[in-house]
Design a protein around this ligand. Structure first.
Ligand code: GRF
Length: 197
């Protein structure tokens, strides 16, 4: 026992992004709550100039870019990511709109310590264009899922889901907005669940 308590005992997160970073923002905001069990140690984007990087910088969080385009193949890119993560002593990786598939090469080192948010009620609508497909299928409900990441896309153990109704006249855009509101609650809640288990 190290006898340490309070902020010093917070778990350390890496958040991986590719774009806008609104889910990252919800985690940044949650981390500012005194009783939140985690803090963000580093944000990494695979896209240079991603808007989420600015959000991190504004919050005083180290923000790095590891561009997949600078690497000849997936394995080299994943090695660069692993190397970038190394100094930050991270407990959990949160994928938040990170648009690269990670292979076993990366995942074997992070088994059970990497999670993702997906804008559907998994196992329904894995992959892209979830809202378009849910509307086309005439669903009455949509939502989001926070889950562990495994080699198989959008298929790891589910931590938390939040549902929303699909309303008459919904478009992919209106539905995405309604789901996104829930995503912003779900991600911090899932992190809380994991660290209070
Ligand atoms: C979210 O809808 C998330 O579920 C999906 O990609 C989107 C990312 O949005 N994986 P943001 O970058 O967090 O704003």
């Amino acid at each position: 026992m190290d006898g340490v308590s309070g902020p010093a005992s917070k778990k350390r997160l890496a958040v991986l992004i590719s774009g806008r970073g609104s889910n990252l923002q919800s985690i940044i905001d949650a981390c500012e709550t005194p009783d939140f069990p985690a803090e963000i140690a580093v944000v990494i984007s695979n896209i240079p100039g991603a808007k989420g990087l600015e959000r991190a910088e504004r919050a005083g969080i180290t923000a790095l870019t590891v561009s997949h385009k600078d690497h000849a193949n997936r394995e080299n890119f994943e090695d660069a990511l692993l190397k970038a993560l190394e100094p930050y002593n991270v407990d959990l990786i949160c994928l938040a709109g990170f648009m690269r598939l990670l292979t076993a090469h990366f995942l074997e080192q992070w088994q059970g310590k990497i999670i993702n948010i997906h804008p559907s009620l998994l196992p329904a609508y894995k992959g892209v264009d979830t809202h378009e497909r849910a509307l086309a299928a005439g669903e009455s409900e949509a939502g989001c899922t926070v889950h562990f990441v495994t080699e198989e896309m959008d298929s790891g153990k589910i931590i938390l889901q939040k549902a929303v109704p699909i309303l008459p006249g919904d478009t992919p855009k209106t539905l995405a907005e309604r789901v996104l509101e829930q995503e912003h609650k779900a991600y911090p809640e899932a992190i809380r669940i994991l660290f209070s288990a």
